[in-house]
Design a protein around this ligand. Sequence first.
Ligand code: ZN
Ligand code: ZN
Length: 356
Amino acid sequence: MTTSTAQSPAPGHPAQPELPATMRASILKRQGDMVLETLSVPQLAPDQVLVQVAAVGVCGSDVHYYEHGRIGDYVVDHPLILGHELSGRIAAVGSAVDPDRLGKRVAVEPQRPCRKCKQCKAGRYNLCPDIEFYATPPIDGAFAEYVTIQSDFAFDIPDSVSDEAAALIEPLSVGLWACERADIKPGSRVLIAGAGPIGIIAAQAARAFGATEIYITDVAQDRLAFALEHGATHALNARTDSVEGLDVDAFIDASGAPQAVRSGIKAVGPAGRVILVGLGADDVELPVSFIQNREIWLSGVFRYTNTWPLAIQLIADGKVDLDVLVTGKFTLAESEDALRAGKQPGQLKAVVYPGR
Ligand SMILES: [Zn+2]
Ligand SMILES: [Zn+2]
């Protein structure tokens, strides 16, 4: 008599659990029109994991797609699932992935570089011309019960890191990458324009990098007060206080406001750095001779590379606090309310829970 073990999992490996065939997802049909629908659970490629989504942060870009149906050249001309700031639990693994990963809580880096081009090989995979990014047409995002991601872009998180904080590693990564590009180090003096979620996160990141003076500007007094409690050391009202002559080592713009960019540059000392994070006008007039005379470095940032491991460490060590940013919690059916929540005063980050 012969027996077959073909149906059994390898010794020591848990079996893939039974998964539902369908899932709920909140879909942006067109500008201003979101509906809850039932879709097939996505199929796994060999190198991917299936993540059951626990929490998704609402980002300014999600709101922009919802309100305007496009960001620059990216147009929502087919139904799109929004959401790219997420955490969850691994519910299934592809054939090439270690089955020990099943059941792990993870934070997802929501991008898929080609891994073969010149930029990828140089370690700058954020600049990969063929990169796919969640919730950027035509790639679906995470306002859904399940998503797929390459196994090495799903990072294990310790129990001490909440689902919300793990989801907000995505915006934290923007702040960490900006600080890295700004060359923030122990003793640095930094100016940040804009006390929204990214500005506050950049302030926390700068502090974690060792900056000792962190100035933040905004026009909203409540945001400035919050930023002072959670990262910044000095708050300045952009309407009434001048930043010129601060002579900081670095200026990070998280406002996208042309006037804030110009005055922020004039706060930078010789050989200082300017990092443009905020999305606003495509073209901005700059004080060129000021930049030349001081040999100021100026760069944009496009997302981030290799930030999740550091981010997880900083959260686990209590060096940054992302949970304080969460001001609204929504079920998947309330995704549209979550997208509108940011407009209310006092709101910073809305979080959607696809399992609820
Ligand atoms: Zn985001
Ligand atoms: Zn590439």
